[in-house]
Design a protein around this ligand. Structure first.
Ligand code: NAD
Ligand code: IPM
Ligand code: MN
Length: 347
């Protein structure tokens, strides 16, 4: 049976970068069957809701989901389930996508775009494993009449253990070094996190574990990025650390991600959002979405060879000098995608 991929382009630059990723998939792996549906503001405008009622069924019927981005100008008074981000949350929670893999790999030809010195920026290869369905994002939240708002931060032994285990398993085929990031000097959830991470580490005698407090981790990732291998952390810390660490490798336009559960389809999406400030201009950097399609090939369809070809083609395109404006160049989204497709013809 043909592989089935559900495309969810979403809002802002989402449709542009998903079209780019689709072109690359068509080149490396023809024959995938695609279906598509509106999510985010685009869906709100068309139907009054940020996603269709059968979204989860459609996702479960696919082998993988490729997601663009959702969101726009923030209207903070919109009810939660009508906000564009609700589509993303429905998928993450409904498919129980607890492990969000965010690789941060430097491309030598982009060293001049790094926010850190060239000699620190080269050879960086970090994998952030972000817990994705717990913490403050999903705990009880509310706004009380007396003007107090709250978000409950909650983790259980099991929700920590399963994501830390994924981090150690992935570390085994890398440099076997795991850094667990928490705020164990203050937060009860982090004290639990640190203990559980320590006991999971005992299942992996060939690997090392170090603990860092999140504020220090933010600093160390910039000071000595090459010394990190796998970094595992809770939902909100992982969100923030991945955006800031992106600055080492040329910014958000370069960061792909894979969100995986224990079973069922994974969701693959660039780390960036809908970028309302540049939407509609045809200048979005498509590399994060193209590399997300690469992660879809590897983790979603088990096609390691095509995934590696996609990664090499992005490296080659950049090496040939093609850069979108966020990377200091003048290439359009289409021109950057053309360069990847061209590179695929010869790799
Ligand atoms: P953003 O990631 O959309 O943009 C941050 C900055 O990075 C902007 O200056 C933008 O122009 C730039 N940028 C991002 N992606 C780029 C790309 N591919 N090429 C070139 N430049 C790029 O974050 P934001 O502005 O804080 O959020 C905008 C909206 O996106 C919000 O509604 C937010 O909720 C949503 N968002 C969605 C997702 C998602 O769908 N997964 C992720 C992050 C943010
Ligand atoms: C991300 C985004 C989302 C998050 C938003 C849009 C809810 O920033 O995927 O990194 O915070 O998880
Ligand atoms: Mn984010």
């Amino acid at each position: 049976m043909a592989d089935a991929v559900l495309l969810l382009p979403g809002d802002g630059i989402g449709p542009d970068v998903i079209a780019a990723a689709r072109r690359v998939l068509d080149t490396v792996r023809p024959g995938i069957e695609y279906s598509t549906c509106d999510v985010g503001l685009t869906a709100v405008e068309a139907t009054g809701r940020p996603y269709p009622a059968d979204l989860l069924d459609r996702a479960r019927a696919a082998d993988a989901v490729l997601f663009g981005a959702v969101g726009g100008d923030q209207d903070l008074d919109t009810a939660w389930d009508l906000r564009p981000e609700a589509a993303l949350f429905a998928l993450r929670q409904g498919l129980d996508l607890f492990a969000n893999l965010r690789p941060i790999r430097s491309i030598p030809a982009l060293a001049d775009r790094s926010a850190v010195r060239d000699d620190l920026a080269v050879g960086v290869d970090i994998l952030i494993v972000r817990e994705l369905v717990g913490g403050a994002y999903f705990g009880e939240k509310g706004m009380r009449e007396d003007g107090v708002a709250f978000d409950t931060f909650e983790y259980s032994r099991e929700t920590v253990a399963r994501v830390v285990r994924v981090a150690f398993e992935l570390a085994r085929s890398r440099r076997s070094s795991v850094t667990s990031v928490d705020k164990a000097n203050i937060l009860r959830t982090s004290q639990l996190w640190r203990k559980v991470a320590g006991s999971v580490a005992e299942e992996f005698p060939g690997s090392s574990l170090q603990h860092l407090l999140v504020d220090n981790a933010a600093l160390q990732l910039l000071l000595r990025p090459r010394s990190f291998d796998v970094v595992v952390t809770e939902n909100l810390f992982g969100d923030i650390l991945s955006d800031s660490t992106a600055a080492i490798v040329g910014g958000l336009g370069m960061l792909p991600s894979a969100s995986l559960g224990a079973t069922g389809p994974g969701l693959f999406e660039p780390v960036h959002g809908s970028a309302p400030d540049i939407a509609g201009r045809g200048i979005a950097n498509p590399f994060a979405a193209i590399l997300s399609a690469g992660m879809l090939l590897r983790h979603g369809l088990g096609d390691h060879e095509s995934a590696a070809r996609v990664e090499r083609a992005v490296d080659d395109a950049i090496e040939s000098g093609v850069r979108t404006p966020d990377l200091g160049g003048t290439a359009s989204t289409d021109e950057a995608t053309d360069a990847v497709v061209r590179a695929l013809a010869s790799n």
